[in-house]
Ligand binder design. Structure first.
Ligand SMILES: [Zn+2]
Length: 296
C-alpha cells in the first residue's frame, strides 16, 4: 500500500488510491467499459479472470497493478474491463460519497467482517475507529451480527459507530481493552474480531479478544507486527486478512448503496476542493476529521 505514513517519501509523487468518476476515454482493448459510464475501481487493478481473481482474491491478481495518483482531476486505470464496475446509471450527487467509499474503506471494512466470518447472531468486536473500523461496524451489522463492540476513544467516532450498528463501546486499549471484551462476553471472547489498525498492540488486542475457535479479520496494514508462534498455537483462532479483494465486493456493495440500504459516505465529515488536499490530510492527522472527501 502506498500511503504517506506507510513508506518514506523520497520525492514528490501524486498520491491517492480511492476513486470513482465518469469514463472519458477507453483503450482499444477495452470492451465492456464505455465512455460516459460512472465507474468505481479498487486500489489494485485486476484482470478478473486469472485463478486468483476467480478464487475471489483480485488483490492478489496475477496481473495486479497498484492504482495510485488518484487525487487528481484525471486518472488512468489499467485493465479497465477487469477493474472497473459501472453503476446502473450516473448517480445523483448525494450518492457520490457513499460510492467513493466502496473503492477502498467500505470494501476493506466489508472484507474485515467477511474474513472474520461474521454471521447472523454472532458477537463482533472491532479494533480501530478510523473510517475502515467504522465501516467494519456497518458491515458486521449488514451481515447480521447480534452484538457489535466498537473499540473507540473519540466521541464523534463513537457516535458514528453507534449509528452504524455498534451496540457497545469499549474505550480501553491493549490488555485493558482485552479484559473489557472478556468481561462483556462471559470470559470467552468475541466470535469475530475485526483488526483495522495494523500495530503490534492492535493485532494482539484482536487475537486476545477472540474466543477459541473464533476468527480475526485483519485489514490494518502491518507496521512492524510480529506474532509469537506459541501464543498463536494455543490461541486457537483463525487469522485471515490482507489487502482487501475490493473488486469481489463491488457489485453487491454498489447495489446496497444504490438501493439506499447503507450510507457509508457518512464517514466523510470534511469536504474540500482538490487543491486544498493538504488541509484535508492535516485535519485527519490531528483527528479533527474522520475522512476528507476531495472534489475536483
Ligand atoms: Zn486476476
Amino acid at each position: 500500500m502506498v500511503l504517506p505514513r506507510h513508506q518514506p517519501v523520497t520525492e514528490p509523487a501524486p498520491i491517492g488510491h480511492e476513486y470513482c468518476g465518469i469514463v472519458e476515454e477507453v483503450g482499444r482493448a477495452v470492451t465492456s467499459i464505455k465512455p460516459g459510464q460512472f465507474v468505481i475501481g479498487s486500489f489494485f487493478a485486476s484482470d478478473n479472470t486469472c485463478p486468483n481473481c476467480q478464487a475471489g482474491y483480485p488483490s492478489s491478481c496475477q496481473h495486479k497493478e497498484f492504482v495510485g495518483g488518484a487525487q487528481a482531476s484525471r486518472l488512468r486505470v489499467p485493465l479497465a474491463d477487469g477493474t472497473l464496475v459501472a453503476t446502473p446509471d450516473v448517480p445523483s450527487d448525494d450518492l457520490i460519497p457513499s460510492l467513493l467509499t466502496l473503492s477502498d474503506v467500505m470494501g476493506t471494512g466489508w472484507f474485515a467482517a467477511d474474513a472474520a466470518n461474521v454471521k447472523p447472531g454472532t458477537t463482533v468486536a472491532v479494533v480501530g475507529d478510523g473510517a475502515v473500523g467504522l465501516l467494519g461496524v456497518l458491515s458486521a451489522k449488514q451481515m447480521g451480527a447480534e452484538r457489535i463492540i466498537a473499540m473507540s476513544r473519540h466521541e464523534s467516532r463513537q457516535k458514528l459507530a453507534r449509528e452504524f450498528g455498534a451496540t457497545e463501546i469499549v474505550t480501553e486499549r491493549g490488555d485493558e481493552g482485552v479484559a473489557r471484551i472478556k468481561e462483556l462476553t462471559k470470559g470467552i471472547g468475541a466470535d469475530a474480531v475485526l483488526e483495522c489498525v495494523g500495530t503490534q498492540e492492535s493485532m494482539m488486542q484482536a487475537i486476545r479478544s477472540t474466543r477459541p475457535g473464533g476468527s480475526v479479520g485483519y485489514v490494518g496494514v502491518p507496521h512492524g507486527v510480529e506474532l509469537n508462534g506459541s501464543e498463536l498455537f494455543f490461541a486457537h483462532v483463525h487469522l485471515h486478512g490482507g489487502p482487501a479483494p475490493v473488486r469481489r465486493f463491488l457489485p453487491a456493495l454498489i447495489d446496497l448503496v444504490w438501493n439506499g440500504k447503507i450510507n457509508p459516505g457518512k464517514v466523510f465529515d470534511l469536504t474540500l476542493p482538490l487543491e486544498q488536499v493538504a488541509k484535508g490530510y492535516r485535519a485527519m492527522d490531528e483527528r479533527r476529521a474522520i475522512k476528507t472527501l476531495l472534489r475536483p
